[in-house]
Unconditional design. Structure first.
Length: 634
């Protein structure tokens, strides 16, 4: 019996050992899987769903323990390892949400005297071969749909992360999954993969790994007419147009390039930047990279760990040396952690390379490491041509404030998933099959900066959520500091992944200085694009003409009307200051301004009437002046 020895990327010491199966043992496992399938497929979807939910709950309860074990095996910084397990849960939740609908029969064309339909049936034992770089996310993509559909599953982990498969199988059994429905095969022999695919009981294969490995799996399965789902390598490009927010884009692309030490199939591997902003963008990349720390993955402050092996380290360094020999320049900023990494681990310091070209490995091959090559281009057309000059076609991204132009450019890109103003995030809600392409926009508000007043709850909070979903950077303001903090956490809970900035600012909208300070805060973001004047008050002591106290009247008018005026006034100043050609000012109104209130609330009703009139008048005023800035009032 041979043994798999997993080597720590950070120390190059053996961290775990497990026995490698023989082909005969694999065949026995497949037969058990087939036997279990005959009974498991008869279990209701509700029962299967219950088992899966229980297993996922156990996984989340143990996420820190499992995260530590993951770091030990593949070297990801400990600060991020449990985050993968949290993201696994979110992806699983979505897959469970769509399970019933996805498994429904598909009715055929109606015809008198006939009933036609397509029935979804489980196929049987499914072999899931998964890579080491994001093992929990890769598993969930295949395991959850397979089990919910009634299939049995055989997991084949990478020899670098063998414990992941073992732990998952143990937890699902603990959660009540019947015997042999989920099994694990361990092997460090690449040739064994092709033998596994040939086992007659295996009816479907899912493979995530290298392009060469996927091709071998496809060939092995071809003569059996069984399905193969392959997710392979990439050399993913990004294009930065001259109108992009350079600081923001630099932060996104550095993260997209070196997260997980660049070891992601959809990592940003090559960046094309318009000549007009090339030098400025490289400068922003350098500033961003200064804040990263390379080192021990068990140090909570580390955000770049080792690469997976000595062989990977050598390949990455070979790509860099090739680029430098052909004229590239290394402009990586000074960073002590990059120079002081332990020689015992497989550490590769992040690098920024300029003056690169397509005769270099870093621009044509998959480097799979924390290297950021940046090439200058002079037009959209040149960028598209270079982005498409690749054997790969996994993802690609365009960064611009002009969403219409970005949309036109991504139509020309030869990639399965294309983004405007985001990267490195294949969305599980979008379907990919064969040549189908996924278009992901940063949102209608991508690249826009918005202020929402009265954001601690109600309409303000919901608007903040909507704007963040649509890609805006949002400054949430309110007088209620505690409520504002809760609202901020709510937005992050509802929209866990977003591209823009999200901050809070305590503001009393009846005080012009407060409003001006909030608007000025966005100067560092590039100025205001959208002002949503939502803050308002409906005081419990508000009454009719005889009962409404003067102080309540004054307070209501000060907040509901002056707040709108101050917000509009300073938003317009910001638009002009930053030479914006377009902007929006949105004011929250009320039907009581038109039809009156059913209960006595004189001050509130009058204030909303004033807001309606104020909005109309401001629109007229700015329409007369709107030669430089088009301001939309709603």
């Amino acid at each position: 019996m041979t043994t798999i020895r997993t080597i720590s990327p950070s120390t190059n010491e053996v961290v775990c050992e497990c026995p490698s199966i023989t082909l005969d043992e694999a065949r026995q496992i497949a037969r058990k899987s087939q036997d279990a399938f005959l009974s498991f497929k008869a279990i209701s979807l509700e029962e299967r769903m219950g088992i899966v939910k229980h297993a996922l709950q156990i996984i989340q309860e143990r996420k820190f323990e499992l995260g530590k074990e993951l770091t030990m095996q593949m070297g990801r910084p400990i600060a991020y390892s449990h985050k993968e397990i949290e993201t696994m849960q979110k992806r699983a939740d979505y897959l469970m949400d769509i399970a019933a609908e996805s498994l429904e029969d598909i009715p055929g064309r109606p015809e008198d005297g006939f009933r036609r339909w397509i029935k979804k049936e489980p196929v049987g034992p499914t072999l899931v071969i998964f890579a080491w770089n994001f093992p929990y996310l890769i598993i969930v993509n295949a395991l959850i749909p397979a089990l919910l559909a009634g299939n049995t599953v055989i997991l084949k982990p990478s020899p670098q992360t063998p414990l992941i498969g073992t732990r998952i199988a143990e937890i699902f059994v603990e959660a009540g999954l019947p015997s042999d429905v989920l099994q694990v095969v361990q092997s460090g022999d690449p040739a064994m993969l092709q033998e596994l695919v040939q086992i007659p009981e295996i009816k479907l294969v899912g493979f995530t790994g290298s392009t060469a490995g996927g091709l071998a799996i496809r060939k092995a399965a071809a003569n059996r007419f069984i399905g193969t789902n392959l997710e392979l390598g990439g050399n993913d490009p990004a294009y930065v147009r001259p109108d992009a927010d350079l600081k923001y884009v630099a932060a996104q692309l550095v993260d997209g390039a070196i997260f997980n030490s660049g070891q992601s199939c959809c990592a940003v591997e090559r960046i094309y930047v318009h000549a007009d902003v090339y030098d400025d963008f490289v400068s922003e990349l350098q500033k961003e990279l200064e804040g990263y720390k390379l080192g021990d993955p068990f140090d909570s402050e580390t955000n770049v760990g080792p690469v997976i092996s000595r062989a990977a380290q050598k390949l990455i360094n070979t790509h860099v040396e090739d680029a430098l020999a052909k004229g590239a320049m290394d402009v990586t900023p000074t960073n002590a952690s990059f120079q002081n990494a332990s020689a015992h681990g497989n550490y590769v310091a992040p690098r920024i390379l300029v003056n690169v070209s397509h005769d270099m490995f870093v621009m044509k091959d998959e480097t799979f490491g924390p290297i950021i090559p940046v090439q200058k281009v002079h037009s959209d057309e040149e960028a598209v041509s270079l982005m498409n000059d690749s054997e790969y076609g996994l993802t690609a991204s365009v960064w611009t404030k002009d969403i219409d132009s970005g949309s036109e450019i991504i139509e020309l890109l030869e990639a399965g998933t294309v983004f405007v103003n985001r990267c490195d995030y294949p969305n599980p809600k979008l379907f990919r099959d064969g040549s189908t392409r996924i278009f992901t926009m940063g949102g209608r508000l991508a690249g826009k900066n918005a202020i929402v007043t009265g954001a601690a709850g109600g309409i303000g909070l919901e608007t903040a959520i909507l704007m963040v979903r649509e890609g805006a950077s949002v400054l949430m303001t309110d007088l209620n500091a505690a409520g504002l903090e809760k609202a901020l956490n709510k937005v992050k809970e509802v929209v866990p992944t977003f591209n823009g900035k999200l901050e809070t600012f305590v503001v009393d909208v009846s005080r012009e200085a407060d409003v001006a300070a909030a608007v000025d805060h966005l100067d560092s973001w590039g100025g205001v694009d959208v002002m949503f004047n939502n803050a308002g008050i409906m005081h419990p002591k508000d009454g009719d003409a005889e009962e409404c106290p003067d102080n309540i009247w004054d307070l209501t008018m000060s907040i509901n009307v002056k707040g709108v005026w101050y917000g509009s006034k300073h938003a317009v100043k910001s638009l002009r200051k930053h030479k914006k050609t377009k902007g929006s000012i949105i004011n929250t109104g009320s039907m009581v301004a038109i039809v009156g209130s059913a209960t006595p609330q004189l001050a509130y009703t009058a204030s909303k009437g004033a807001v309606l009139a104020l909005t109309r008048e401001l629109a007229i005023v700015h329409a007369r002046e709107g030669k430089e800035t088009a301001i939309k009032h709603e």
